[in-house]
Design a protein. Structure first.
Length: 128
């Protein structure tokens, strides 16, 4: 699994919850675990207003954005109708209870996406 980076154990992700994976460059990746112990990975950003999907409600193979309740498919990152848009998805492998993400995708995928700079999803920065 040279192309895959070990991230955590499946049990480190709450059932019907998430865990964020920080990257050196770019926004965090959110890992989601459903009630069937399936694990999914999306950029931690709703395509609507940039809400943190990692803080949303997981059900089945979807997550509801905490800001405006947009439903995002965990398999494909697509917003469910009537909404439109998508968030980048990342490849996930689970082997022997360990979660892996594709190393090249972590380093290169969706690096230009940015977090909101104002509002409830803005990242707090340290004062200079």
């Amino acid at each position: 699994m040279n192309d895959w980076k070990k991230i955590c154990l499946v049990t480190d992700i709450p059932v019907l919850g998430s865990r964020c994976v920080a990257r050196q460059v770019g926004m965090d990746v959110a890992l989601f675990r459903n009630d069937r112990d399936e694990v999914f990975a999306l950029l931690d950003r709703c395509p609507h207003k940039g809400g943190p999907l990692s803080q949303g409600l997981v059900f089945g193979a979807s997550v509801a954005c905490p800001l405006h309740n947009w439903i995002i498919g965990l398999v494909d990152g697509q917003a469910r109708e009537p909404d439109k848009g998508s968030t980048p998805k990342f490849q996930v492998r689970v082997a022997d209870g360990v979660v892996y993400l594709h190393a090249d995708e972590l380093a290169t995928l969706a690096l230009t996406e940015t977090a909101p700079t104002a509002g409830p999803c803005a990242r707090k920065t340290a004062a200079a």
